[in-house]
Design a binder for this molecule. Sequence first.
Ligand code: SF4
Length: 228
Amino acid sequence: MNISGIIKSSLIDYPGLISCVLFVPGCNYSCFYCHNRSLIDGSHILLTPQYVTDFLQKRVGLLDGVVISGGEPTLQSNLIPFLQLLRGLGYQIKLDTNGSHPEVVKELLKLELCDYFAVDYKSPAEDYPKICGHGAEARQVVETIRMLSEGDIPFEVRTTVIPLLGRKDLMAMTKEIPVVPRYVLNRYRVPDKYLPQDEDRIRMKPYSLEEIKSMAGSVIDYQPNITT
Ligand code: SF4
């Protein structure tokens, strides 16, 4: 399992728990507003497995949970043994995913290796390649969300409300997936690092929190558990 970064303690990344966050490198998407571009462009470092294991062992009893984020964790070939290691240490486990690998999520559900999932739904299905890069498809993401909806592990769906998304887009998105137990709208922030060709869309004016709340209100019939 490759780990490129750690937030050693967080009160906001795992609902209700004190957690650390582990960032894996590599992603099959290239969202133009990615906040972890160094994890996906090959300029990342790798922490040694010994360092990561020592850290996790020392924090037993101090942290409740571990969030696996990235990058895209479902691409990691050693994900399952690593989650088994975390289980052995007694941690609650949350997995952040772009949802593009439902077959991996299915396996994790079968093995009961995660206690919470956060799945990004990034744009209306037809706009996925435009927002997330060539080859990105919403079909697998919708399948992941549908599978989680039919199971009993807590999860949330998240959308960063980038300035390119309008009220109509959000309405389409909230109808494209089943009703979910928690749907979080996040504010867009300009990333530190981005591709030069994305300058114009990166610099578009972000929505205010009030505007996002108003957008949330207009889709509440489709996603009653929507929050900002
Ligand atoms: S899915 Fe996440 S990590 Fe991958 S490019 Fe998009 S924002 Fe970045």
